[in-house]
Write a new protein. Structure first.
Length: 99
């Protein structure tokens, strides 16, 4: 693991890699994400979220993209959502939850 983290979320992608997202550590809230190749054990950074979060969810979509929603951030409970495209290794914002 590149950065120690707690209260993060992980999801296995269709290619067998595991994506770890956000959380927090002794330095504070994290906006970073990283991937581990389950065959080689090699970790790589995958970019950063727009909003640091912890206690969030991550769900792989039929398209292969990962939807990360909710959780808590520095201002409290979040309704924001972000998408990770594993083919481009890029994060983007998407519509907020309606709650």
């Amino acid at each position: 693991m590149i950065a120690a983290r707690d209260s993060h979320t992980k999801v296995m992608l269709n290619n067998g890699e595991v994506l770890l997202t956000a959380g927090y550590n002794s330095a504070g809230l994290l906006k970073s994400a990283e991937m581990v190749n389950s065959l080689t054990g090699i970790w790589t950074a995958t970019g950063s979220f727009n909003v640091a979060r912890y206690f969030h969810t991550a769900t792989i979509q039929v398209s292969g993209k990962v939807l990360v929603v909710g959780g808590s951030g520095s201002a409290g409970i979040l309704n924001s959502a972000e998408l990770y495209d594993s083919s481009t290794r890029h994060w983007s914002t998407t519509d907020n939850m309606l709650v």
